[in-house]
Design a protein around this ligand. Structure first.
Ligand code: BGC
Length: 281
């Protein structure tokens, strides 16, 4: 079926105010999906610690967008693969806001190569940023959430963790084995942690985005030819936007989703539904 007849519409509605009075840390919030999530959580009413590793400029842009929305933003440089940096990040959140309600484990990267050309450094780099960071940050968040307990004026849960994985925790990805392995790890990390901490009223859930318009995948959407190729993999025939991941994260972090534990939402325009079978098979 030709897609020319479909207008490529992207919803513009801001997130509803479902996080009023809550505070959040978003890792890797200086660009792309992390920036979209940080701004959308603020639209939903949260104050946000905007973590970045190298792009202070990007983090400042995120923080400016948040303060324009009337929310508080604090930027914090921390390499989330390093224990002391992670401790510093969480200490700063508590020092600035006095409490923590939400952690979004978003920091992620690709460092692509075919397996027989992949160095150990490339493997370790991607595993550290995409998976070890989730362990280090979630550990600090869980300690704080357990200590804080529930404040029903703020949320019926003691704390919420949202892990940003990828469609490639499900769909294998040749040429990207480090990335796919890290995301597959993230999928069972979040489910196992959810099982472990639900008794403390700490909720852990995940989002596995498909193709989202960000710097990580610019070659896949920035020319008409590349975008046409990409759309063959997407039933809904358009790329996703960072704010759309943000709206999903805001809902997962809110009491609206209080009964949801250890689940992953595939936010992908149907990429996981085997687009090749739309007409084949
Ligand atoms: C990757 C993108 C890719 C998308 C769909 C994401 O996890 O980071 O580069 O476009 O998956 O394949």
């Amino acid at each position: 079926m030709s897609t020319a007849q479909f207008p490529v519409l992207v919803p513009q509605q801001p997130a509803p105010p479902i996080l009023t009075g809550q505070t959040a840390i978003v890792t890797g919030a200086s660009s792309g999906v992390g920036q979209g999530i940080a701004i959308t959580l603020a639209q939903a009413g949260a104050d946000v610690v905007v973590n970045f590793n190298s792009s202070e400029k990007g983090a400042i842009a995120t923080a400016e967008a948040i303060t324009k929305l009337g929310r508080r933003a604090v930027i914090c440089q921390a390499n989330v693969t390093q224990e002391p940096d992670v401790e510093k990040l969480f200490a700063k959140a508590l020092a600035e806001f006095g409490r923590l309600d939400i952690l979004v484990n978003n920091a992620g990267k690709q460092n692509d190569a075919m397996l027989d050309e992949m160095t150990l450094a490339q493997w370790n780099d991607v595993l550290a940023v995409n998976l070890t960071s989730m362990f280090l940050c979630s550990r600090e968040a869980v300690k704080i959430f357990k200590r804080q307990g529930i404040n029903p004026a703020i949320s019926v849960a003691a704390g919420k963790i949202v892990c940003i994985s990828s469609i490639h925790d499900l769909i294998p990805w040749a040429g990207h084995v480090n990335y796919a392995a890290s995301k597959g790890g993230a999928l069972l990390f979040l489910k196992s942690l959810a099982q472990e901490v639900a008794i403390h009223r700490i909720r852990v859930n995940g989002i596995s985005p498909g193709a989202i318009r960000t710097p990580i995948n610019t070659p896949a959407w920035s020319t008409p030819a590349a975008y046409d190729e990409l759309k063959k993999l997407i039933l809904y025939k358009r790329i996703g936007e960072p704010e759309e991941v943000g709206r999903c994260a805001a809902w997962l972090a809110s009491d609206q989703s209080d009964y949801l534990i250890g689940q992953t939402i595939y936010l992908d325009g149907g990429m996981a539904l085997y687009p090749g079978f739309e007409s084949g098979g």
